[in-house]
Design a protein around this ligand. Structure first.
Ligand code: ADP
Ligand code: ZN
Ligand code: ZN
Length: 814
């Protein structure tokens, strides 16, 4: 008899598999989904291994097969094991990442009769038993739920158990059905004849209802109903305009059912690749030859870092490398940050690989995701594009994995287990499937660049922009020292330089972005006169100000101190300066630039009436001169009229209490810099700061990644931070703050003892300290940090008590 090691969908299974015997009538494969008895339940499991001997003496049998075809490939099985081991996550959590969408559904128990009615002797049965049996005969099979409804829960269970005991009935299990609804889309059409509509439009125009008139004219030009989303965008009107026309009886809405095809190829023309620049050519040549060598097993899987500013033609290299992979009979997966999964990106891939591109995306309906997953597994697509979870797509013959903007934090799953990083998973997967990885970025993660320097990855560079034209200049950057402003008597939020430049741009009918970074409510206090920020003496990170207690606190070691009365550096009394929010900035901009039309874009605004797209359209159509916004304005926007970007304060991100603050600042500023002058040569950026000589600001202003990296890697080495160590972050939560702290302290002692008894000398425990978000959904949070060469391996030997979550390779320490 054979045995199977099964990962079972139960919280108590943790990181273990369980041994089951394979009954002779079942043929079981690795990666198959099966039903297994577990305690008194029947649960879903995935077969991870077939063995000749069980790992325990007593085994139960596999109860049945959920789907004959394996749901995980052999490499995915190994990948799931690796994820569970490395990130210390329950094994089934890792397996679940790769299951088809909607797979983890409820189990429905059915009762059926294994014999035909003629074969059964029912003379000795009770009335209830006969009743149940007849019900089952009539319907073929009945769900236990239904029987319970008909007979009452207790009676149904008792009677069916009796009949099963006599061999007259049997149980089977099925997954609950996926509820997939047809997709409907709102269309808009004229309710009157086109001629009549046109004269109404003229009327409306006289009454100054311009938007309504434009909408009517637009509909009158088109014979057929138009999708509302399209009409709204083309006419640039809001729902109110359409509703007004509906109430006048001039137009009507219609719900039309559409096919669930995530990519609409209508209007996407197949496109041919452009002639590559010399730099692109040499990057492509290296990846192509690697693809060939890996595919023919002449070389081990390889990872490339493609380093080039935005617009340097990285995507073009991805596209042609993918084409080469396809030529070799392989397929690809392309990961993009969630925010970059825009129609433009998809269109670009779809036009190069017509009808051969799949997208996976949480915004797709479950039905769409499910269909897409099946089609990917069947090998219908050359390329799968998606956010981090797309790395788990069942793409067969995987030959190339591309991770665009590899430095983005969205590649790390933080909120739930497994807390994996898609980049590390991709590199592992490539190793298992023999694939090539291309990591692309304008501002590579310092750790990635370190690996490229060491030769673990191969470095490819695209030093120049190809748009607007080859070798186009990057924008002019001016760094303003805010201390000088105060000295000169300017107490405004806007430096003299920034306000003059803004006035000039607005007068020239150009557009301006004022960028304000407010991250996660980080509140450090700063001396308004000299810019001094108080730091923890032990950890070097800025102390965080807590309103409620009016104290300064270190989130790594719990050091606390009162807010000083005067600045320790310059003795100024203006020490408690907390920066400015977007709303206040908007008000001040209103005073300083009275003639400019302002538009605010932050999460408060978008949570309310306007969508991102509406705000963006308004700005793009030049219905505003100055856009005031947070992080979101920095990402991926292409706004040709913007000639000036002002960074109100670079210090907010610089003083974030984390060792990656310098890197974050450099990345953020580089991105912001990329927003200016997209349309032409006149781009200008003004960065305001109290730390004008900080290396992250200086190097970002000069577009000089290499110098930034040199400085940053030095600091990392000195302070023994990644990549020179690895981190694990342990967070404990409890409804009682004092208990929470005490338990965290107990855990620290336990870890210390364990470290000492094992004689590990390169592992240190930092904390406990209150987490940066100290209270979340009614629970207090305290954290410990483990730093050393192998915290994951060490922790895997220690039973982690309930209430703790472990984050291996965390993004940050707060
Ligand atoms: P990145 O991914 O580095 O931001 P892209 O590949 O998107 O750069 O290139 C930026 C723009 O330049 C795109 O519109 C692209 O179509 C165009 N482009 C890229 N390479 C070339 C080339 N060799 N010749 C002409 N246009 C190019
Ligand atoms: Zn000061
Ligand atoms: Zn500290």
């Amino acid at each position: 008899m054979g045995y199977a090691e099964v990962s079972v969908n139960s919280p108590i299974a943790q990181r273990n598999t369980f041994s089951y015997a394979i009954p002779p009538n079942l043929s079981i494969e690795v990666g198959q989904a099966v039903w297994v008895p577990f305690g008194d339940k029947t649960l879903q499991g995935i077969v991870l291994e077939l063995t000749d001997y069980p790992s325990v003496e007593e085994t139960k049998e596999i109860a049945g097969i959920i789907e004959p075809r394996p749901v995980l490939s052999p490499s995915q099985v190994l990948l799931a094991r690796w994820i569970s081991e490395h990130y210390l996550s329950p094994l089934f959590d890792a397996v679940a990442l790769m299951l088809p969408p909607g797979f983890e559904r409820k189990v429905v128990t059915f009762i059926y009769s294994p014999l035909s009615p003629q074969e059964q002797d029912i003379s000795s049965l009770t009335r209830e038993q006969r009743h149940v049996l007849e019900l089952v005969w009539r319907q073929g099979k009945v769900s236990l739920r239904e029987l319970e409804k008909a007979l009452g829960a207790r009676q149904a269970r008792v009677v069916t158990a009796q009949l099963i005991g006599q061999g007259l009935l049997a149980k089977s299990y099925e997954l609950e059905r996926v509820k997939v609804k047809p997709k409907r889309v709102a269309y808009l059409r004229l309710a009157v004849k086109a001629g009549e509509a046109r004269s109404e439009a003229a009327n409306l125009r006289q009454k100054r209802a311009v938007k309504q008139a434009a909408l009517i004219d637009f509909l009158a030009e088109r014979a057929e109903p138009v999708p509302w989303a399209e009409a709204r965008q083309r006419v640039n009107c809001d729902k109110a305009a359409a509703d007004a026309l509906v109430s006048k009886g001039l137009v009507e809405f219609q719900q039309i059912e559409v096919k669930r095809e995530p990519i609409s190829y209508r209007g996407i023309a197949p496109s041919a690749p452009p002639r590559l620049t010399a730099a692109q050519k040499s990057a492509l040549k290296a990846t192509k030859s690697s693809l060939l060598q890996v595919a023919t097993e002449q070389a081990p899987p390889a990872t490339f870092l493609l380093h080039g500013v935005t617009g340097s033609g990285k995507t073009e290299v991805y596209l042609q490398a993918l084409a080469e992979a396809v030529r070799l009979g392989k397929r690809g997966i392309v990961l993009v940050p969630e925010i970059a999964l825009t129609p433009q990106t998809i269109e670009r891939f779809a036009s190069r690989f017509p009808h051969r591109v799949a997208i996976l995306h949480s915004k797709l309906s479950l039905g769409e995701q499910f269909d897409e997953w099946q089609r990917i597994r069947d090998g219908e697509f050359d390329v799968v594009i998606g956010p981090r979870s797309a790395i788990f797509a069942p793409q067969p013959e995987l030959g190339l994995i591309v991770i665009d903007e590899e430095h983005e934090w969205t590649y790390k799953q933080q909120a739930k287990s497994p807390r994996y990083h898609a980049r590390d998973v991709a590199i592992k997967l490539a190793e298992l499937t023999r694939a090539v990885v291309i990591l692309g970025s304008a501002t590579p993660d310092v750790e990635t660049f370190y690996h490229a320097q060491r030769g673990d990855y191969r470095l490819l560079q695209l030093p120049e922009r190809v748009v607007p034209k080859e070798g186009a200049p990057l924008p002019q950057v001016e760094v303003i020292d805010l201390r000088d402003e105060l000295k000169a008597g300017n107490i405004s939020t806007f430096s003299r330089s920034l306000s003059q430049a803004t006035d000039k741009a607005v007068a020239n009918k150009e557009q301006v972005i004022l960028f304000l970074n407010r991250r996660g409510g980080a509140t450090f206090i700063q001396c308004r006169t000299c810019g001094f920020v108080l730091r923890c003496r032990r950890c070097e990170v800025p102390l965080n100000y807590h309103f409620a207690e009016d104290v300064l606190l270190c989130h790594q070691c719990n050091y606390r101190m009162p807010v000083p009365q005067t600045c320790p550096q310059c003795l100024s009394r203006r020490i408690k300066f907390l920066g400015i929010g977007t709303e206040k900035l908007e008000k001040e901009a209103g005073h300083t630039f009275p003639r400019a039309r302002l538009l605010r874009w932050d999460s408060d605004v978008t949570r309310g009436r306007y969508s991102h797209q509406e705000i963006l359209n308004k700005f793009r159509n030049h219905n505003a001169d100055i856009l005031i916004g947070t992080q979101m304005v920095a990402k991926g926007l292409d706004l040709p009229l913007v000639t000036l970007v002002g960074v109100i304060s670079a210090d907010t991100s610089l003083n974030f209490p984390d060792f990656r603050a310098g890197e974050r600042t450099f990345q953020l500023l580089s991105q912001v810099l990329g927003r200016a002058g997209r349309g032409g040569p006149k781009g200008q950026v003004i960065i305001q700061t109290y730390s004008p000589t900080h290396y992250a600001i200086q190097t970002a202003a000069k577009h000089d990644y290499a110098s930034f990296y040199e400085k940053e890697i030095d600091y990392r080495r000195q302070l023994h931070n990644p990549p020179f160590s690895r981190l694990a972050r342990l967070v404990y939560t409890h409804t009682n703050d004092a208990l929470c702290q005490r338990d965290a302290e107990r855990m620290k002692r336990l870890l210390r003892e364990e470290i000492d008894s094992k004689g590990i000398d390169d592992l240190s425990v930092i904390g406990p300290a209150p987490a940066f978000i100290h209270k979340l959904r009614g629970r207090f949070r305290w954290q410990l940090i483990l730093r050393g060469s192998e915290p994951s391996a060490f922790l895997s030997q220690i039973p982690i008590p309930r209430g703790w979550t472990v984050d291996i390779d965390p993004l940050g320490l707060v």
